[in-house]
Design a protein around this ligand. Sequence first.
Ligand code: CAA
Ligand code: FAD
Length: 379
Amino acid sequence: MDFQLTEEQLAVQAAARDFAQSELWAGVIERDEHQKFPAEQIKKMGELGFLGMMVSPEYGGGGMDTVSYVLAMEEISKVDASCSVIMSVNNSLVCWGLEKYGTEEQKQKYLTKLTTGEIIGAFALSEPEAGSDATSQSTTAEDKGDHYLLNGTKNWITNGSSASVYLVIAQTDPEKKHRGINALIVEKDMPGFVVGPKENKLGIRGSDTHSLMFTDVKVPKENRIGEDGFGFKFAMQVLAGGRIGIAAQALGIASGAYELSLKYSKERKAFGVPISQHQAIQFKLADMATNIDAARLLCLQAAHDKDAHQDYAKSGAMAKLFASKTAMDTAVEAVQVHGGYGFVKEFHVERLMRDAKITQIYEGTSEIQKIVISREILK
Ligand code: CAA
Ligand code: FAD
């Protein structure tokens, strides 16, 4: 692996950093407080090319590599993890999945708008009774010849109300178990599709998480992604890449918390000296910096594997497992470094601590990442 970033990668990193500092920082506390979806900010991210980074320019994308995507995700997540989860779902689950497995018609119809942010997408796998155990799908897509009849409920869907296009995973042939599952492109205005109420969350409060209800929704056959029965493999494939994005999100949250702690520790005085001169604080900073560097290397390794067309399911799961723990540990210690000030909203670290937790849950919990890793190393 080449540790030297290219000029293009450095430029993407700098552009994402500038954007996050100039456009996201100012309103982030208010958006978190009021669970306000960052509509304006997401529109700008689309205009700047952050929503379809890895898609070919032929479909309006940036044609960038996964390393660039990781660098951008880290910078956006340092400031606003709500914006970065919206970005991550659109980029690595929806756009990547459609470009890799969609038909030319599907790409022309949906992908060209998703890459520019004209519309945003959602990915709907989880259900009230099927999260980690993702093959136990209750949502059904009955084959009716020229269309599927979609029935069921999806839970916890990011971009739930703000998306226009949803990639919905559903069971067509229960006898075939996971090999009888399909992935369907569902449009928001299809009759019988209802978006449920918004979840009131601990963290990433600017992103909109909803349940989705489908009652006899007619989805044309041409909206199926891949061959009949490919839906579960499709979900696993996109999630393998998605986990690299969430690992980078966790890395960003950790880096954000660390940078704020470093700065604060040099400013805040206790017992006549800046608290950075107390060894207890120095050791916290040393642990943070070490874990963040290790997490970054794992993220870059996974991104490199994907770019080099090598297997990345294991390296992506390792990156997510380690970076999400680093995000949680770092953010908790960042609050400690800030003392009482860390416990109030103006200092940002309490929000980063709340945001960090979700990175250990979505796109496969930490326990699921250990299942993925252990299966890979034992096979
Ligand atoms: N690529 C391709 N196929 C894969 C794969 C991969 N990386 N991983 C598994 N598969 C295939 C297997 O080969 C198998 O197919 P065959 O039998 O045809 O070979 C099929 O998938 C089933 O695999 P398993 O037998 O291993 O299935 P399992 O029931 O033991 O579960 C699991 C495997 C890894 C636990 C899986 O269910 C899983 O990943 N669960 C977590 C679900 C998840 O991550 N949800 C995230 C929702 S999206 C989200 O969260 C977005 C967000 O927040 C922003
Ligand atoms: P469960 O699967 O019920 O797990 C509960 C606990 O049991 C966890 O600790 C888990 O690790 C553990 N556990 C389960 N099985 C095992 C096992 N075999 N071995 C060891 N431990 C196990 N889903 C989507 O499809 N699309 C989205 O856009 C999306 N966005 C989300 C946004 C938010 C804010 C949230 C909270 C969730 C989102 N999800 C989304 C769902 C998310 O992926 C699931 O919550 C996650 O996969 C866990 O599923 P679960 O909540 O059903 O927990």
